[in-house]
Design a protein around this ligand. Structure first.
Ligand SMILES: [Zn+2]
Length: 286
């Protein structure tokens, strides 16, 4: 499908910037939005502007290295995060970063959102990981977010905010809105006595259906028919657990999934986990 014209993309950028503010997904100068103008140019919101009041002259054109090509003002340092997403996946046309308050509260409280609770969310987003804390505007944060987008369309950054990607600004914005809506429902359910998760087999069935019907990260779509689809083992263990802990995690083990889902540092499979546990016991006994 051909890309919309620059005029149309600018109008969309303004509309969705205003919506992020009006829907209480950010305040003050928070957040930033961007959209691909061509294969190597990006339209993005200027540094230090209010998203609820964004005007056309606060939109900057940058290249894929982050250098300004035209427009007033400067692109924000957080644009490195957006570029890391675009570079990792050709199918990403838009990136929306905001500070949805309920989602952020989950990360501050150390409560995981990576749980399969609402069918619609499992269909469209799968599980929502929270990335480990990194200083805002740094390359390490950009790398972390870019890497996470290989298998996700929406992630939370610890104590900071959400990054959502999509095939258009509308698509990315919908994911952001869904994340905050989900966080509110999860918070209220906890207040009403606790979260009842979907059974693990139902979560997998939904996720597999969702990847085929609505798409997602290409690497995740390729896993649609694999056991567990693209859902992390830890999420499945969690979904199958009838006794979630306060942190939203199944049985307490040697690592905390309350906040971190940097799976590179976690055992990837059940057998690996068993090996790790056996090793830890053996070390303890010697
Ligand atoms: Zn931010």
């Amino acid at each position: 499908m051909p890309r919309p014209s620059e005029r149309q993309l600018r109008d969309e950028l303004i509309k969705f910037s205003h919506l992020t503010y009006e829907r209480h997904l950010l305040v003050a100068m928070d957040g930033n939005l961007s959209v691909r103008l061509s294969d190597d140019l990006i339209l993005c919101t200027q540094a230090g502007c209010h998203k609820g009041l964004l005007t056309d002259d606060q939109i900057v054109v940058i290249d894929m290295s982050g250098t300004k090509v035209r427009g007033k003002g400067e692109p924000t340092s957080e644009m490195a995060m957006h570029l890391a997403c675009y570079r990792r996946r050709d199918d990403i046309e838009a990136v929306v970063h905001a500070h949805p308050p309920t989602c952020i509260a989950f990360t501050v409280a150390g409560v995981s959102m990576a749980r399969c609770v609402l069918p619609e969310v499992v269909l469209t987003l799968g599980s929502i990981p929270t990335l480990q804390y990194e200083t805002t505007g740094t390359h390490s944060l950009a790398d972390l977010v870019g890497g996470a987008m290989e298998m996700n369309d929406g992630v939370m950054m610890d104590r900071h905010g959400a990054v959502c990607v999509g095939s258009s600004l509308l698509d990315a914005f919908c994911k952001l809105e869904t994340m905050e809506h989900t966080a509110k429902i999860m918070r209220d359910a906890r207040g009403l006595g606790g979260l009842q998760e979907l059974p693990a087999d139902e979560a997998v069935k939904l996720r597999s259906m969702g990847l085929k019907r609505y798409g997602g990260p290409p690497d995740a779509v390729a896993m649609a028919d694999e056991p567990g689809a693209d859902l992390p083992d830890v999420c499945l263990g969690c979904s199958g657990c009838g006794h979630p802990t306060e942190e939203g995690i199944g049985p307490r083990v040697a690592f905390s999934m309350a906040r971190l889902t940097n799976t590179s540092v976690l055992p990837q499979t059940q057998s690996q986990l068993e090996r790790e546990v056996r090793k830890a016991i053996a070390e303890h006994l010697t």
